[in-house]
Design a protein around this ligand. Structure first.
Ligand code: GH3
Ligand code: MG
Ligand code: MG
Ligand code: MG
Length: 313
């Protein structure tokens, strides 16, 4: 079987994130033996900047499914080696779990086959000949849903900061970059000062608003390559790649000043909130996630102990 391969994705992670927005280069796997249709689809999809990989048989399709982890699959029913329904049965579980949409494109118009595909959980069954304009809109819709889902599992709902799950992923990525290339990064832990008092005085809803305003302000103050996460409760974390600790400290002090200057209104009163911060920079090769967090946490504790509304290394 001739090997037709699509454009090679870049060696950077598939998902690039900036402050809760996903900019992804999506990869589409086409499993279809109709060479002309495949070439046409590929051209149309690549023009829309999708990556395309192609399998002209069920066997090759399954191999590429497991190897390339596509974001969407276009699956034919009549294939030379096995039926597309077989393929479907084999991959549908994993595809559902990982939210990989499967779109059947087939010349097989029997109602029973369509019904069976739908009953397995396929959302779209497109009959050949394919109307490319409609087809491209359909794909775009499927990716929009996927993107919403991808964001929903890594972004904290209240504050729009990344969640703890994404904190862990980012930590892993940055530590491995550091071990591989020596690229440094700083980690800051931020904890709101006397936040219990804010809740007790003005109520939990006002407390939530403070958390939101705080997050907005931090997000506006940082670079796109920085990653801002809600670590838990009223505690946040900021990763600053390529930033030595001394520089990170200055960044945090600047944010502290602008946050402290912000006036909140509640119960016909005006009040201010501050936060304390601890910063650490990755240094030794053996440094691991727990050590880094512990160091930042100790620095944070020193800031609290020393009177709050400040940053320590
Ligand atoms: P310190 O300056 O020492 O950090 O004092 P603190 O009062 O900020 O610290 P403490 O750990 O005693 O209290 C944290 C409070 O944050 C208690 C908790 O109810 C509140 N909190 C945590 N998550 C949320 C949230 O999502 N919304 C609101 N409104 N409050 C929250
Ligand atoms: Mg076919
Ligand atoms: Mg606190
Ligand atoms: Mg706390």
């Amino acid at each position: 079987e001739p090997e037709i391969t699509g454009a090679v994705p870049p060696q950077i992670p598939g998902i690039a994130l900036s402050h809760g927005n996903i900019h992804q280069q999506y990869e589409i796997l086409i499993i279809d033996d109709d060479v002309e249709l495949v070439a046409f689809l590929r051209e149309s999809l690549e023009r829309k900047s999708y990556y395309v990989s192609i399998a002209l048989s069920a066997g090759r399709g399954l191999k590429l499914f497991y190897e390339t982890k596509p974001d969407l699959i276009l699956l034919d029913i009549l294939l030379p080696d096995r039926s597309g329904i077989d393929v479907l049965n084999q991959i549908i579980g994993k595809a559902k779990k990982e939210r990989i949409p499967i779109i059947i494109i087939s010349g097989e118009h029997s109602k029973d086959v369509q019904k069976y595909a739908y009953s397995l959980g396929v959302m779209d069954y497109v009959q050949k000949p394919v109307d490319i304009d409609l087809f491209l809109v359909l794909i775009k819709n499927r990716f929009e849903l996927k993107k919403e889902w991808q964001e929903s599992i890594i972004v904290d709902e209240l504050t729009g900061a990344f969640n703890r799950k994404y904190f862990n992923q980012t930590m892993k990525q940055l530590l491995s970059d550091f071990r591989r290339t020596g690229r440094t990064f700083s980690l800051a832990l931020l904890d709101l000062d006397h936040f219990k008092l804010v809740n007790d005085t003005y109520g939990h809803l006002v407390g939530d608003e403070v958390l939101q305003t705080f997050s907005e302000l931090v997000k506006q103050s940082i670079r796109t390559e920085d990653t801002f996460c809600r670590y838990g409760g009223e505690e946040f974390a900021l990763f600053m790649p390529n930033t030595p600790a001394e520089q990170a400290l200055l960044v945090m002090e600047r944010i502290q000043q602008s946050f402290a200057a912000n006036a909140f209104q509640a119960k016909r009163e005006s009040f201010q909130v501050t936060f304390s911060c601890g910063v650490t920079e990755v240094t030794e090769v053996e440094q691991n996630a727990d050590r880094l967090v512990e160091e930042a946490d100790q620095a944070l504790y020193a800031s609290k102990y020393n009177g709050r509304n400040q940053t320590k290394l």
